[in-house]
Design a binder for this molecule. Sequence first.
Ligand SMILES: NC(=O)c1ccc[n+]([C@@H]2O[C@H](COP(=O)([O-])OP(=O)(O)OC[C@H]3O[C@@H](n4cnc5c(N)ncnc54)[C@H](O)[C@@H]3O)[C@@H](O)[C@H]2O)c1
Length: 407
Amino acid sequence: MTMTDNKTGVWLIGAYGSVATTALIGARSLAKGLIKPTGLITELPEITRLLRRPAGTPRNDILEFDNLVFGGHEIRKSSFKDSIKQLQQTGIHIPSELLVKIKPDLKQIEPDIRQGLSFTAESPRAQRLPLAEMVNRLVDDITGFKKKHSLERVIVVNLASTEPPMAEGAHTKTLKGFETALSHTFASLSASRLGLFQPSVLYAYAAFKAGCPYINFTPSAGASIPALLQMARKLKLPHCGTDGKTGETLVKSALAPMFNYRNLNVLSWQGYNILGNLDGKALADPAACKSKIDSKSNVLSNILGYQPHSFVGIDYVPSLGDWKTAWDFIHFEGFLGTKMAMQFVWQGCDSILAAPLALDLIRLVDLAHRQGESGELAHLALFFKKPLGTKENNLHKQWELLKSKLI
Ligand SMILES: NC(=O)c1ccc[n+]([C@@H]2O[C@H](COP(=O)([O-])OP(=O)(O)OC[C@H]3O[C@@H](n4cnc5c(N)ncnc54)[C@H](O)[C@@H]3O)[C@@H](O)[C@H]2O)c1
């Protein structure tokens, strides 16, 4: 039996969201050979050459899409039918002949979408339970799914709405402190202390407890707190994050190195984003927006080696749907102190840019797990605004880092 006979589970947190639904549509369409793999890094000849080696040489073997089994957590009462309708309303065109062929596949996944964890939506009974018990429910959902489908492994992917940053304390610093604090109940986390825990962190802990690799595509804390970095290393589980790099930051991380290569001094870099989907709505909350801006904030100083005057703005414009526009103005200084400027406008469809990256990450994290890698997967920095395990934000260097790891 080759590795490709084994099934891998993918557990999506935020399963009915735009990115998750688009990734599912893409995965099922790719499995059936209905679409081209445009946007997937793992289908680039330069990468597949490294992943699918000729017979007789040591093989990496990449996971094929028909070997993926999906399930997940969600807090909205919804269905894939509704999620697809929502995607279409936000301006994404999905050919109807494609939908006819994959809708039954998505329907089949629905029994494996379980009630997620949210501080606001829990029942009064659940509010009185210690967090540890809430986490155990999440673990049981994931392990039950693994058993039900006889899966080799399950990769947990956080695609849920962005949360506010989590408050630091004894519970974030060590695994012991974290586990002690799980004796809190939801009810005891009064409004003023709500920031003590965020759901993404409890999901990440549950993923590791269930023995799963973990991907954090969102700016939320997830597994990035020291306590969980420690846990992943202890349990020898690989994970990566934070915050998928799909738009303005992607362009920034490709362009900023150019100013370094030419010894041009960047004086100011102003960026302004407008977007209109559910993610945009979530980011209209100043606390959640802070997490997004935090994950974008060190990119320039890490690449340039100094911090120019800089600003990142994000505004919710409902009529834009899933289409995001970013306008960046870069003011820079050249020879004889002459000041010059460049501007760019990026107009991208958010979920269309994000979904293939989520699929690439599932394949690459699966590979890392099979190869016995653990802890933060720094070679996947290319995918993230704030990569774990490295401060490398230069897109060109991140690309080389990925390739050198796969050789
Ligand atoms: N689209 C992009 O280009 C992009 C890029 C980088 C990061 N992201 C991040 O990916 C995430 C998903 O984006 P999206 O556009 O799909 O958002 P979305 O709002 O469409 O989907 C998020 C889903 O998560 C669900 N959810 C919220 N809290 C949950 C919880 N506690 N447990 C389970 N489910 C929960 C929501 O009900 C919703 O269905 C966001 O955090 C976003 O910031 C997106």
